[in-house]
Design a protein around this ligand. Structure first.
Ligand SMILES: Nc1nc2c(ncn2[C@@H]2O[C@H](COP(=O)(O)OP(=O)(O)OP(=O)(O)O)[C@@H](O)[C@H]2O)c(=O)[nH]1
Ligand SMILES: [Mg+2]
Length: 490
């Protein structure tokens, strides 16, 4: 059932890239930081906030290099890879800070180089590194990482997996149109482009429905079906798993043979180059997860997030003896899993969110290797859109969060216009994360924590008397920076 995963050329190409990177690293210390997460997890907001805080001397008390005053200056420089789109920092920052609008969705890979000049903590290092680190930030969709397991599956295994997931109770109704159509087609019939296109279309619609549905299910591979980029309409994307595959091999010229070939092309034209050219060259990685949205959507969404995260983490901790080790990054030594949007909770719940995220990560990583990158977990808000307050109700002090709901946002029937502020009771997470996961595993499901997710506008940035805008407020972004960069600025 398995097919060769990497070839000598993959290995050689990676070795070549790594050597080239190393050589330039000697002249210019560089850290390639991958930023990923499923769509809408908060990648663009995170990178914009990170860069803005470093460019404008943000408040970063838990980022030692900044706190001790060793960061001299940060500035943007042209990125090293000319073929990768630039992360349009200026546009995103202007939208978020001046217009107070969240950035648009970004559906592909992009890169930005930030140079950080610092004073080394030790005289030795000062002498050698010159106190200058090039931080190359690479933003890419987490959906693309979910393709890694495909490299170890032939078309039959891929079809079997896809079909059994599609028939699971939580997805069956969304997958029905595709399953029905596929049920009427004999895989051994002569290949026909119209069939291939129709099946690909229905399968893509099903993947899209999983994502858009309020069940908030994480995406399934192939990752490019929802984010095709310039491959839209190419044969490498015009295939679908066949749910009722016969055991006999595909006859020449059959639909099954055509699908098989295209599936293999997808792996060699899309998946492998992505891992080879991008993932294998990263040094550090942050994975953003929207655990709050999943908890809000229900138990299935949480289990599904776990499944997706487990696939994502296996890209950084391939496990010993894994056939995939040569394509995944052996360079990545630290991975940070950050549960985002913590500003939707009162600070008392930040540690609880972190505890739940840690448990999700532990559960997800129980299936993957234990060697490889070090994994850390954090609850964070790259941009803090709310502030905290208390209200008195019936003689009791109650914690609330205050912010400006987005235009058109409704809270218990009341419509907001994007100008008016309001205070809400944020959700309450269980003190003990076990309580939550018992619920996930239980046959009869007790109610989920009652989280009140309101979409707020980005915060109003205050100005000092001299008209200088203060940097973007955040929650624990400084801890993330310290973990990801701290040792490289020592
Ligand atoms: N309050 C708050 N909302 C956030 C934060 N980060 C992201 N969001 C919300 O999440 C949405 C998605 O954030 P993005 O940064 O665009 O997410 P992305 O991962 O780049 O999404 P794609 O480009 O679609 O893959 C934003 O429009 C915000 O509504 C945060 O730190 N605080
Ligand atoms: Mg984005």
């Amino acid at each position: 059932m398995s097919s060769p995963i990497t070839s000598f050329t993959d290995e050689a190409l990676i070795a070549f890239d790594t050597l080239a990177d190393r050589a330039s690293n000697l002249i210019q210390p560089t850290l390639r930081l991958g930023v990923t997460g499923l769509s809408r997890a908060g990648k663009t907001v995170f990178i914009t906030a990170l860069v803005h805080n470093l460019l404008h001397g943000g408040r970063l008390p838990m980022f030692e290099a900044a706190h001790s005053g060793r960061l001299a200056r940060s500035f943007l420089e042209p990125q090293p890879d000319d073929a990768v789109p630039r992360f349009q920092y200026e546009d995103h920052a202007a939208r978020m800070i001046s217009d107070r609008i969240w950035p648009d969705s970004t559906r592909a890979i992009s890169e930005l180089r930030l140079v950080v000049e610092y004073e080394s903590a030790s005289g030795w290092n000062r002498f050698f590194s010159g106190g200058r680190l090039c931080l190359d930030i690479v933003d890419y969709p987490g959906e693309w990482l979910l393709d890694l397991p495909l490299l170890g599956q032939d078309f039959a295994a891929f079809s079997l997996n896809a079909a059994s997931l599609a028939r699971s109770p939580v997805r069956a109704d969304l997958a029905a149109p595709w399953l029905e159509k596929a049920g009427t087609i004999d895989p051994h019939k002569p290949a026909d482009e119209a069939d291939a296109r129709e099946l690909a279309r229905l399968f893509t619609n099903y993947l899209r429905a999983c994502k858009q549905d309020e069940r908030a299910l994480s995406t399934l591979p192939p990752g490019r079906f929802l984010m095709p980029g310039d491959l839209d309409g190419s044969p490498a994307l015009t295939f679908a798993p066949l749910p009722n595959l016969p055991d006999t091999p595909a006859p020449k010229g059959s639909l099954m043979a055509m699908m098989e070939r295209r599936y293999e092309s997808y792996k060699s034209v899309v998946v492998k180059p992505f891992f080879r050219e991008h993932v294998a060259r990263l040094d550090r990685q942050i994975v953003l997860i929207d655990a709050m949205q999943a908890m809000n959507a229900g138990h299935e969404a949480v289990i599904d997030l776990e499944r997706a995260l487990s696939d994502v983490l296996s890209c950084f901790r391939p496990g010993s003896g894994s056939l995939l080790t040569s394509l995944v990054s052996r360079r990545i030594d630290k991975v940070l899993i950050a549960a985002t949007k913590a500003d939707h909770l009162h600070h008392e719940s930040h540690d609880r969110l972190e505890a739940i995220a840690r448990r999700i990560v532990e559960r997800a990583s129980s299936h993957i290797g234990s060697s490889g990158a070090d994994i850390e977990v954090l609850a964070m808000a790259a941009v803090r859109a709310t502030r905290e307050a208390t209200v008195r109700q019936d003689g009791e002090e109650l914690p609330v969060i205050v912010g400006t709901p987005l235009d058109g946002e409704r809270i218990s029937g009341e419509l907001f216009d994007g100008k008016r502020k309001t205070a809400i009771f944020p959700g309450d997470l269980p003190k003990n994360p076990d309580a939550f996961f018992k619920a996930v595993d239980a046959a009869s499901k007790p109610p989920l924590p009652d989280i009140n997710i309101v979409r707020f506008r980005p915060p109003l940035i205050e100005e000092t008397e001299n008209g200088i805008k203060l940097s973007l407020p955040h929650i624990r972004l400084d801890r993330a920076l310290d973990y990801l960069l701290g040792d490289r600025l020592a």
